[in-house]
Design a protein around this ligand. Structure first.
Ligand code: UDP
Length: 243
């Protein structure tokens, strides 16, 4: 096995499915199946869920809401999604699932305590990390890299919908666009490629955390990545290699 402990970053869009907003039961079941099959393979799994299917801080301006407050609303959205994910995971198996939040809300979830989260993973529990960093002015990309490092994950798996990796240009607009099999952190940053927020890529670069960008709609893709198969795009210290 290439990876024994990973952190999956899922955006709220993965929960909404084809709809722009809210929850799609089919998509939630797909997420649960993918996470559970990884877990069954013996991989220790933690998940950071975004909140874009409910609210994003950047929408605050449109609503006349101060940015920091809008970000608080976004963080609450990630908690709602995390609880929904726990509910669906629990309904589909007898695996222990722990939601840990960066914003304390002790009656619905545990507070995030790094060593306790590691212990949960070692015990074979799935850990869902909610409320990002607990602070405004970032999205859930940065906390995904941060938590992956804190939990000593072998890699960050950044799930995408509608694209299977990082391309030289937008494949929907440019038929000559080519996918990178591997790309260096600095190339992603310098070319401003929209894989993850730059802050997340910088943090991963400084601590040599591999990031995989892949199409989450493909069944079994995370298992393939953990087994060492060449799927999607790997962001790492190695060179830039096109498919
Ligand atoms: N957010 C925040 N701090 C964090 C993580 C998230 O303020 O540490 C807020 C931010 O407003 C963000 C929203 O929560 O827009 C939802 O997260 P994100 O945009 O990453 O959701 P996704 O696009 O992945 O669905």
């Amino acid at each position: 096995m290439r990876y024994n402990r990973i952190l999956v970053k899922l955006s709220g869009g993965a929960i909404a499915g084809d709809k722009a907003w809210g929850f799609d039961p089919k998509s939630l079941n797909h997420i649960a199946d993918e996470v559970l099959s990884l877990h069954k393979m013996g991989v220790q799994v933690s998940v950071v869920v975004g909140g874009g299917n409910i609210f994003r801080g950047e929408l605050g301006e449109e609503w006349g809401i101060e940015r920091a407050e809008a970000d608080n609303i976004g963080m609450m959205a990630t908690v709602t999604n995390s609880l929904m994910l726990r509910g669906v995971l629990k309904a589909r198996g007898d695996t222990d699932v722990r939601v840990m939040t960066a914003i304390p809300m002790n009656t619905v979830a545990e507070p995030f305590i790094r060593l306790r989260a590691i212990r949960h993973l070692e015990n074979g529990y799935i850990v869902v990390l909610a409320a990002g960093t607990g602070n405004p002015y970032v999205t859930t990309d940065y906390p995904s890299a941060q938590r992956a490092l804190e939990l000593q994950a072998d890699a960050l798996l950044a799930a995408k919908n509608g694209t299977d990796g990082i391309y030289t240009s937008d494949p929907r607009q440019d038929p000559a666009a080519r996918r990178y099999r591997m790309i260096q952190y600095n190339s992603v940053i310098q070319q401003n490629l929209q894989a993850l927020d730059q802050s997340a890529v910088l943090l991963a670069r400084d601590h040599h955390l591999p990031i995989h960008v892949f199409d989450f709609d493909t069944v079994g893709v995370m298992c393939q990545i953990c087994r060492g198969e060449d799927v999607g795009t790997l962001i790492s210290d190695s060179g830039d290699v096109l498919v």
